[in-house]
Design a protein around this ligand. Structure first.
Ligand code: HEM
Length: 403
């Protein structure tokens, strides 16, 4: 039997995928996996795929039928539609994607996001005040989750009372994106949608009657050359923002903080030089990014070197493997804040779907991590970190700190 080089079902792989990525990149950088997908692990191949017009992000529409990943996505999608939610911008190709992205991008430009800095700082300081009194904190539950959640809720002027349920629904939705998702995961994702979509519809209907100066009101009113977001598009977009706000930035703060604690010299460098904040966050995204993989489908036959890939084949781009490719990053397994090309990482993908929330996520991580290490110069681990057993969205679930 041929060696299985990409196996997300192996717990060791999920616990630490990086050594496995190295073997894969070395032995079969364009790997036809038994899970009916082609898996890409070289930086160059991943970057080209994400930027190419020959590939679609609309997997349901363009992928060949048999893959279980495709079947799973179709099932969740149909359920979402039956509840009144449309396709999100992440699952559309141009020109539909272009239209929607233009409508929403204004709120996420680096300058609009920079205006949020004092608010983010305030939220972080409030949390750290409580930690300071106690001399300890659990980074994920006390800071990495609530701060980004509060910021996205503020932006949309969403109520925050149901944060526990919203977090649970978001986690069930992202679990269905894992390559290992089974029927139970899909059932839970559908149940989450059954709650989430009516919840959002209620808020949107109410907001139509009481418009404010928040992002949701702006999206409801948006009119650009007669263009509007339909209610389904609006629901899908808000859902995506929520899930992105819950499930990714939390991991950048968690994984990033852990990486620094395990590389104390780099933590000290950063602590003593706030000028490194921006570069540091890029290096932390490269080193252990929250989104390890995404998928595309070629709409025409394509080739990676000698290897031809037929249209309709699901192509998995391993962002985490690309970010540790020695052909792109010297000494890739080392965390080095003096790296001059850290910002070439693919943690936010590339091309038309490049993460809309990148500036926001970076701002939140800069403020959160910078504030913790400067206010508490002796911050340290106060127990074993616990990892979430996931691959697509990789993150520390628990990070107890002594301050
Ligand atoms: C560290 C945190 C984050 C990471 C690592 C991340 C990663 C990504 C990646 C990899 C994609 C592209 C997926 C693909 O091309 O298949 C993406 C898209 C997207 N992200 Fe993020 N994200 C983060 C935070 C956020 C935040 C905070 C928001 C919004 C509040 C956000 C909103 C979006 C949206 C709307 C898209 C779809 C863009 C499009 O299709 O044009 N993300 N993100």
């Amino acid at each position: 039997m041929t060696e299985l080089l990409f196996n997300p079902f192996d717990p060791a792989f999920r616990a630490d995928p990086y050594p496995f990525y190295d073997v894969l990149r070395e032995k079969a950088p364009v790997y036809l996996s038994p899970f009916e997908t082609v898996v890409l692990s070289r930086y160059e191949d991943v970057a080209v795929t994400l930027r190419s017009n020959d590939f679609s992000r609309d997997i349901e529409k363009n992928a060949n039928e048999p893959s279980s990943a495709v079947q799973n996505r179709k099932r969740t999608r149909e359920h979402r539609r039956s509840e009144g939610g449309g396709k999100s911008i992440l699952n559309l190709d141009p020109p539909d994607h272009t239209r929607l992205r233009r409508l929403v991008s204004l709120a996420f430009t680096p300058s609009s996001i920079e205006r949020l800095r004092p608010r983010v700082q305030q939220l972080v300081d409030d949390v750290l005040d409580i930690g300071a009194d106690r001399g300890s904190m659990e980074l994920i539950d006390e800071l990495a989750f609530p701060v980004p959640f509060r910021v996205i809720s503020d932006l949309l002027a969403m109520p925050t009372e149901r944060s526990v349920e919203l977090r649970e629904w978001s986690q069930h939705l992202t679990a269905s994106l894992e390559p290992t998702a089974d029927d139970d995961d899909l059932d839970r994702a559908e149940a989450a949608l059954d709650h989430f979509i009516p919840y959002l519809i209620g808020i949107i209907e109410d907001r139509r009657q009481h418009l404010g100066d928040d992002l949701l009101s702006a999206l409801i009113q948006v009119e650009e050359s007669g263009d509007r977001m339909t209610t389904q598009e609006l629901i899908a977009f808000v859902l995506l923002l929520y899930v992105a706000g819950h499930e990714t930035t939390v991991n950048l703060i968690g994984n990033g903080m852990l990486a620094l604690l395990r590389n104390r010299d780099q933590l000290t460098l950063l602590r003593d030089d706030p000028g490194l904040d921006g570069v540091a966050v890029d290096e932390l995204l490269r080193y252990d990014g929250p989104v390890q993989l995404t998928v595309r489908v070629p709409v025409v036959p394509v080739a990676f070197g000698e290897i031809r890939v037929e249209s309709g084949t699901v192509v998995m781009t391993l962002l985490g493997a690309a970010n540790r490719d020695p052909a792109m990053f010297t000494d890739p397994h080392a965390l080095r804040l003096d790296r001059t090309n850290a910002n070439r990482h693919l943690a936010f993908a590339a091309g038309v779907h490049y993460c809309l929330g990148a500036s926001l996520a970076k701002l939140e991580a800069q403020v959160a991590i910078g504030s913790v290490i400067r206010r508490f110069p002796n911050v340290d681990l106060a127990g074993e970190p616990g990892w979430r057993d996931r691959l697509t969205i990789r993150g520390v679930a628990r990070l107890p700190l002594s301050l």
